[in-house]
Design a protein around this ligand. Structure first.
Ligand code: 1GP
Length: 271
């Protein structure tokens, strides 16, 4: 099921840096079928990556069937495109990436994993404990690890609570820059600035600018509380390479409506 053209997913992530959208699927929120429908709508609208995970309520029993359903749906769309000369098969070769709450929320059918250190957690379990537990599984399954520094900014939401994070406030630009330098020094490929799912305010653009200025090597992901294209574009203009949205995609029961909304969102993000 795994897309063969993405053996080195991090090259793909770098190649699409600058103005790309990630759809985040929470297996605790949607059945595998609904998740797959949302992903098809998102990819048709121009999303370039799919994350599967959530801060609570996820384990292999819901993560794995969700990943499988998404991979199967993408394969089917790719096959359909191959039968129609007017559509691009490549458009469906989008990596499905684990964004796990811990070592129990994995799937061998994913293409890659954000192998994260929750850098501002006060609990060593989120710095390295869960990662040590999950590493043998990831190695055996052949899921590509992408080293990622995960930094939670205010307001932080459930991710901040569950991850016991010492939140970064909007004016702590020197601190976020230091985290970026630290992530780069560890050799991570990605830095994710997170405001928390459903956050009332997204990561402040000044924090994004400071992280960007501190490292031009890291791929910068930003998510949490981004609900419209203008906010996404502001994050992009501040230096974000990829914008992650979860809640935005959960508001629609109708896949066509979701696709239309995301088309507008992505057009604005790319403008
Ligand atoms: C959460 O940053 C993501 O990890 C997405 O947040 O659900 O607010 O889009 P939203």
């Amino acid at each position: 099921m795994r897309p063969t053209s993405h053996t080195d997913i991090i090259s793909y992530v770098r190649a699409h840096s600058g103005h790309s959208h990630v759809i985040l699927i929470d297996p605790d929120d949607a059945s595998p079928d609904v998740a797959a429908q949302r992903c098809i709508a998102a990819v048709a609208a121009g999303s370039k990556m799919i994350f599967v995970g959530g801060s609570s309520g996820t384990d292999e029993d819901n993560v794995h069937p969700t990943v499988v359903a998404i991979q199967e749906a993408l394969e089917l769309c790719k096959w359909n495109s191959s039968q129609d000369a007017g559509l691009s098969e490549n458009a469906w070769e989008v990596p499905v990436v684990l964004f796990p709450q811990g070592a129990a929320a994995l799937s061998p059918s994913a293409d890659a994993i954000t192998f994260m250190m929750l850098m501002n957690s006060t609990n060593p379990e989120f710095l390295v404990g869960e990662q040590v537990r999950g590493a043998p599984y990831i190695r055996k399954a052949g899921v590509e690890p992408m080293g990622m520094g995960y930094v939670i900014c205010a307001p932080g939401g459930k991710a901040g609570e569950v991850g016991q994070a010492k939140l970064i406030e909007a004016d702590q630009t020197d601190l976020v820059a230091a985290y970026a330098m630290c992530a780069e020094s560890y050799g991570f490929s990605i830095l994710y600035l997170e405001a928390g799912s459903g956050a009332e305010t997204p990561v402040h653009p000044n924090l994004i600018r400071a992280a960007r200025a501190a490292s031009d090597k890291l791929v910068l992901l930003v998510g949490g509380g981004i609900r419209d294209g203008a906010t996404a574009k502001a994050a992009r203009d501040a230096g974000a390479d990829w914008i992650v949205t979860g809640n935005l995609c959960e508001e629609f029961s109708n896949a066509h409506e979701l696709q239309t909304t995301l088309e507008t969102f992505i057009k604005e993000l790319e403008s």
